[in-house]
Design a protein around this ligand. Structure first.
Ligand code: IPD
Ligand code: CA
Ligand code: CA
Length: 263
């Protein structure tokens, strides 16, 4: 296994242990608000600190882009970290959250880990080496059409002004598919696309740390991901769609069509 992936796994498991240790006394946690409907707890911060510490012990010069502490350092290698994706779920004891860690080298995603500490599901990938769930190779689903497909999504709950645009896409897709799920952890949603539990996914207004690890998992599992214009700049744009190749193609037809306003 790639040594850098090993470090990412070690860091994700350490963060997962911190998250699990706090699960029985969530009500005692200090919660602060970063913005509308955007919460952070001492668990997010502690988990992030142990991830960065683990990475820096192995690679002191690598740069970091982490949700709670922001960017640090300047290096061809940059780790993109969401220490707890699904904080709102975590705060409510809703069992769907994950640690997400990715590595970019010269702007190319090369390593990815998404770890669900409750189910102990570890999704991993190194570029060119496929995607795995607990060491078993995973592939995107074989669902051929939107009809019969199960999609995941997320609501733009932090950006109310985008709700109308989002509702257009929801209306367009809800009548075409077998079902739509909003589970509350984008990183895990993307991992679920990679292993075929979801056939496709779309969400607006995500951040690089929500997307980076899941994107590599999807690509290495044979799926496709893009921004809402069908272009590759999804990490920066944050409005994403993805799926197995057939479902992705149909999502592009519906979501990238000119009648759906993207402003
Ligand atoms: C959030 C989750 C959620 C998505 C939000 C993200 P956080 O991440 O991924 O599913 O809808 O846009 O911000 O804040 O819990 O790390
Ligand atoms: Ca997140
Ligand atoms: Ca987070």
């Amino acid at each position: 296994m790639q040594p850098m992936l090993n470090i990412a796994i070690r860091a994700a498991r350490a963060a997962g242990n911190i998250i699990i240790r706090h699960i029985d006394h969530i009500q005692d946690l200090l919660v602060s608000t970063k913005g509308r409907n955007d919460f952070v707890t001492e668990v997010d911060r502690q988990a992030e600190a142990i991830i960065i510490d683990t990475i820096h012990k192995a690679y002191p010069n690598h740069a970091i882009l982490a949700e709670e502490s922001g960017p640090q350092g300047n290096n061809d290698y940059q780790w993109i970290i969401d220490p707890l994706d699904g904080t709102t779920n975590f705060l409510h004891g809703f069992p769907q959250f994950a640690v997400s860690i990715a590595l970019q080298h010269k702007g190319v995603l090369t390593q990815a880990v998404v770890y669900d500490p409750l189910r102990q599901e570890l999704f991993t990938s190194s570029r060119g080496d496929g995607a795995y769930l607990n060491d078993r190779r995973i592939r995107v689903s074989r669902q051929k059409y939107l009809e019969g497909a199960l999609l995941g999504t997320g609501f733009p709950f932090k950006e109310q002004q985008r709700f109308e645009q989002y509702l257009d896409t929801f209306r367009a897709l809800s009548s075409l598919t077998a079902g739509i799920r909003r589970a509350g952890s984008a990183a895990l949603d993307l991992a679920y696309v990679a292993c075929g539990r979801l056939d496709g996914f779309w969400e607006f207004g995500l951040e690089p740390w929500d997307i980076a690890a899941g994107a590599l998992l999807i690509e290495e599992a044979g799926g496709m991901i893009s921004d809402i214009s069908g272009e590759e700049d999804y990490l920066n744009v944050g409005d994403i769609l993805c799926g197995n190749p057939q479902v992705y193609k149909d999502l592009v037809k519906v979501l990238v069509a000119p009648q759906v306003s993207t402003t």
